[in-house]
Design a protein around this ligand. Structure first.
Ligand code: HEM
Length: 410
């Protein structure tokens, strides 16, 4: 079985004993598998009470994919599927090739890979209907929405994040192979941020494709605020649907780069309430300065305008917060001749935007009121359009030997 593998790779995948490795070492040649110390070798823990990929410092690349289960899927099928998916995700996360991996070398550099699973209403209603939270349904329709069904909803979410696109593509393929008999892929959405080291700050707030510093004000993992907002822990918290579970709202938001390019710099900065160079609030000088929402300029107008995105997205109730973990997307738009064409949602050269991933204990109490405020008023709406929307319940993690979602089967 090890014939097609390098010795080191075969040993990693458990096909050879220790002898394989000492033979190679004796020969004096450099035969360690192609694990790079810098990024490739770094791995995130898979097992634990909570799934990874939420509190994890964002990796540079993400794929969100949704699968529709086949008609007639049974509870037992889901149990089997989650068991297989969990085994493979755990192996890949640790830099090990799953048993049926035909390209095991591609599994050797986990590059901080995380795999996070989420359930749509159909799965949860099949597995544990008494657990299904009320918010596990499409969001209410917002006036700004121009949703395209090809980016909406889905039964099973797989979120794969990684510092390396090759490892990510491989993980995605291995996981999807398991799902062939379970259902069909509904959508795949690829996103990216700057790679480590590309930005000066460490860790950097990412920049989105409008050039804005994005992610300044957000909950920080391991703080009481984050525990409350994401995991529903604490007296002030909204109840999570299950302990150590949370929710994902994924909004695909088109950003019109062509009309944004036409706006002048003051208009762009006013639209958010922050400067473009450092991301500082218009009332401050550094990114992390606290905005002064009361400050007025010489003419008596508020310096951070009423319509600015940071004013609108900050709900007056500080329990109404979310944890954002967005990724940019950028898809070339070509017509039949191979030239960029201005399709309905395109900005001309490319179709760009944000995969706006938001995690919170309770979608209805946290995400919806913020989105409602932005629907009512937000200058950014001039250049942005939500084109996709999906809501998932994120089950707790699992221990070795278990599988993600196993608590729901008890
Ligand atoms: C803040 C961009 C959509 C919620 C910000 C900031 C930028 C930004 C540049 C300021 C820096 C920061 O604190 O991160 C965008 C863009 C969007 C978008 C380009 C769409 C393409 C949304 C949506 C929501 C949202 C859909 C929620 C439903 C927030 C929140 C903050 C924020 C909560 C922090 C506000 C505060 O200072 O308290 N966004 N955003 N954003 N955004 Fe957005």
């Amino acid at each position: 079985a090890a014939a097609g593998l390098g010795v080191a790779a075969a040993q990693r995948s458990g096909l050879l004993g220790a002898a394989g490795s000492s033979d190679r070492e004796d020969s004096g040649t450099a035969t360690e598998p192609a694990r790079t110390e810098a990024v490739g070798a770094r791995s995130e823990a898979f097992y634990g009470p909570r799934q990874a990929g939420i509190d994890t410092m964002p990796q540079s690349f993400a794929t969100f994919l949704a699968v529709d289960q086949a008609e007639g899927t049974e509870r037992e099928t889901i149990r089997r599927m989650m068991r297989v998916l969990t085994q493979d995700a755990a192996a890949l996360t640790g830099g090990d090739a799953p048993i049926n991996d035909q390209e095991p070398e591609l599994a050797l550099n986990p590059s901080r890979l995380t795999v996070t699973f989420g359930f749509g209403a159909r799965i949860l209603n099949l597995v544990a209907p008494e657990r299904a939270p009320e918010w596990l349904r499409p969001l209410p329709a917002f006036g700004i929405d121009q949703l395209e069904d090809r980016w909406n909803d889905g039964d099973l979410l797989i979120q794969v994040c990684c510092e390396d696109t090759v490892s990510l593509a491989h993980a995605q393929r291995v996981l999807l192979k398991n799902l062939r008999s379970f259902g069909t892929v509904r959508w795949v959405q690829n996103g990216f941020r700057s790679v480590p080291g590309a930005e000066a700050a460490d860790p950097p707030s990412m920049r989105n494709l409008f050039g804005q510093v994005d992610g300044t004000v957000d909950t920080q993992p391991d703080t009481p605020e984050h525990e409350q907002i994401v995991w529903g822990v604490g007296e002030q918290a909204f109840q999570p649907w299950i302990q150590d579970g949370t929710s994902l709202v994924l909004r695909r938001i088109h950003m019109n780069l062509d009309t944004w390019d036409e706006a002048d710099r003051p208009a762009r900065e006013d639209s958010v309430g922050r400067t473009l160079d450092t991301g500082a609030p218009l009332t401050g000088t550094a990114e992390r300065d606290e905005p002064d929402f009361e400050a007025v300029g010489p003419l008596g107008f508020k310096i951070i305008p009423d319509y600015s995105h940071i004013r609108r997205s900050r709900h007056p109730d500080d329990r109404v917060r979310i944890h954002r973990r967005p990724y940019n997307y950028d898809v070339p738009v070509m017509d039949a001749s191979g030239f960029a064409s201005a399709g309905s949602s395109s900005g001309g050269v490319s179709d760009s935007g944000l995969l706006f991933a938001s995690y919170q204990a309770d979608v209805d109490q946290q995400f919806v009121p913020i989105q409602q405020r932005l629907d009512d008023l937000d200058m950014l709406n001039v250049w942005t359009v939500p084109v996709g929307s999906a809501v998932f319940a994120i089950p707790p993690g699992c221990q070795k030997g278990g599988f993600v979602g196993d608590v729901l089967f008890n």
